[in-house]
Design a protein around this ligand. Sequence first.
Ligand code: FE2
Length: 377
Amino acid sequence: MSFTTSETSPINKDAKDFMPINGTDYVELYVSNAKQAAHYYKSAFGFQSLAYSGLETGNRESESYVVVQDKIRLVLTSPLKSGTVIGKHIDAHGDGVKVTALWVDDATYAYEEAIKRGAESYMEPRVEKDEFGQVVRSGIHTYGEVVHIFVERKDYKGVFLPGYQAWKTDYNPETIGLKFVDHMVGNVHLGRMNHWVEFYEKVMGFKQIMSFDDKDISTEYTALMSKVMSNGNGRIKFPINEPAPGLKKSQVDEYLDFYEGEGVQHIAVATDNIIQTVTDLKNRGVDFLQVPTTYYDVLEERVGKIDEDIDSLRELGILVDRDDEGYLLQIFTKTIQARPTMFFEIIQRKGATSFGKGNFKALFEAIEREQALRGTL
Ligand code: FE2
């Protein structure tokens, strides 16, 4: 199995690819109950059981369930006792993303290059072995408490990583067509966006491919600014948001308050058939942000002719936007844990390489309606 993240992205020729990245290797979330979270991702999002680490594998500190769907691997980790680093992370942030793991050919080289260019070390290169071969992993810090782990797995044939065993179970709900991680968005504090833009440029050799200011992304009440960083082959895209001053509290401020710091705001996952995928997700109990049905009255005027039936899009609440290269369909779940922090985006690209700028206003007004219900606007 290969783990590229985006087949549709343009090659970013300006990016200095001193650190070639093949794709997203896995995303690890620290959660308060990994066993139940894994059940949710299987039942609701159609992930499949892949691997397990815990007491039965000799891990006495924490328990991890790994679920997979096409090229997306999620690791759900909980501590097995009090006073752990993982437990403190959960106490501070609630459930959230700790690790964005990047698949590289040489994890030692990637680490050394990143450190040389100013990255802060999280984990020095280490060789991990079992009967299926060896993996080299290393790691650096990024915004908040999030880390990037470089994974070199060319000499490994096991199910996930050394220390994990295959997770076999009779409960295997069907997949729903999620294919790969399209992009992952970080929320950072006011005035910190450009710092992290420079970090990805300098340390990782990424290039800024898009930027939105508060004129693009603002409603009557709230505003935010965003810059999108991409690696050279376009398989890794990290938009970075910071709040902009508005009349009321922006969604980024709400995130920063409830996450108690900077972190991953949403994971966008790609599908080839968004109507079927979203139908399945809704049938399995996933809640989505809803734009007013008037959004669809002017849709064709705004985006031109599209293949999909507008009535189906209206019924499901799927949004559409067009850029110079084509169009995209997207929809956003409501936040998926106790705190109003992280959520998922489901995206289908039909040529478009952008992020749905034309939908920002309708979308943020939908988020504000949710914030108003929570008393956090
Ligand atoms: Fe997104």
